[in-house]
Design a protein around this ligand. Structure first.
Ligand SMILES: [Zn+2]
Length: 344
């Protein structure tokens, strides 16, 4: 009885094993066929727009399916830029550049805050910006109307930059955070290939940070919170802290000045909070302040100290592969716009 039972058990095990392998193979084939599926449209021209607080850009970008890599390649065909003056003038001048051109979709990466809830009457508008002429400006609707193109998509500049790094930056990850540190601090979150939107869009630049021990005298410049992260590390904030008359003098500040260590401490706190809250696979730090030559290594040093081995993952020990500079150069903004366009 015993040997007969064990024979039956063995047969059952083989059967179950075979079934599992079979189902596994079926799922694998299904997954592969989905991934390898050639898109209906293999090449098209897209318009990428980057709306900035001081300057805006527009580009014609060719998107072509690459059967070898199973991904789209993006190539910037032409570029045009204007100063951001009044919204009407800025948008008109940008769209003049693409008049008569052939394209299928437009993607707009805009400075914010912007309303991205399609059910909200202000959907596609720039909302509470300190640039008064741009407050509640219906950017999406105006671009649709003036261009005659129905397929217009929009997101924040930082979400679009995060998506561009995710799609084009060869990071080979499923989750990515993009932080920009310049005239403001923006945080874009991409999970499973999609920018994260909630009630609005993440505003990680305005988190509270623990004040650096040598920075208690400085009150910060954020009009809403004074010494939130953005109030402490933007170029305006650093210039004010050092008594400089303009942000253009920042490159003259010595690379060993204490202020860079202070800012690196605050930015490392941002990276720590991001890691603890979202656990992304990579954090990209961009924007003018990251051009300071010692900034990235100072952030690495502070981040490792603050994390204090609490989260145990090999990637966090190789911190230079976890917190990195952007890979896309001068076209990052318009490419950010283009990657918002739909895949057909
Ligand atoms: Zn703030």
């Amino acid at each position: 009885m015993t040997s007969s039972n064990s024979l039956t058990d063995k047969k059952l095990l083989y059967l179950l094993g075979g079934l599992t392998l079979g189902l596994g193979a079926l799922f694998a084939i299904n997954k592969a066929s989905k991934k390898d599926k050639k898109p209906k449209r293999t090449t098209e021209n897209l318009i990428g727009i980057e709306m900035g607080g001081t300057g805006s850009k527009i580009s014609i970008i060719n998107r072509r399916w690459n059967a070898t890599s199973n991904k789209y390649d993006y190539q910037v065909m032409s570029r045009f830029g204007v100063d951001s003056t009044t919204p009407e003038e800025t948008v008109s001048r940008l769209l003049e550049f693409i008049r008569g051109q052939e394209f299928t979709q437009i993607g707009i990466a805009s400075f914010g805050p912007v309303c991205l809830n399609p059910k909200d009457p202000y959907f596609g508008c720039i909302t509470t910006t300190p640039k008064l002429q741009w407050q509640n400006y219906p950017l999406l609707a105006t671009v649709k109307q003036k261009s005659g193109c129905e397929n217009v998509f929009m997101d924040t500049d930082v979400n679009a930059a995060a998506l561009a790094e995710f799609e084009l930056g060869n990071h080979n990850v499923n989750s990515l955070i993009y932080v920009t540190v310049g005239t403001g601090v923006g945080v874009g979150v991409v999970v499973d290939g999609k920018p994260v939107h909630g009630l609005t869009h993440p505003e990680g630049g305005h988190i509270s940070v623990a004040l650096d021990s040598s920075d208690h005298e400085y009150e910060g410049v954020c009009p809403y919170h004074k010494n939130c992260l953005e109030g402490l590390v933007t170029n305006n904030s650093i210039a004010k802290r050092l008594g400089l008359s303009t942000v253009h003098d920042l490159p003259t500040v010595d690379k060993d000045h204490k202020v860079w260590e202070i800012c690196a401490n605050y930015l490392a706190q941002l990276c720590l909070n991001i890691t603890l809250l979202v656990s992304p696979e990579v954090i990209i730090l961009g924007g003018g302040i990251m051009n300071q030559p010692t900034m990235l290594s100072l952030i690495h040093k502070n981040f490792t100290k603050l994390l204090n081995n609490y989260v145990d993952h090999p990637k966090l020990k190789e911190v230079h592969t976890y917190i990195k500079l952007p890979t896309l150069g001068m076209d990052a903004g318009v490419l950010g716009g283009a990657v918002l366009c739909k895949h057909n």
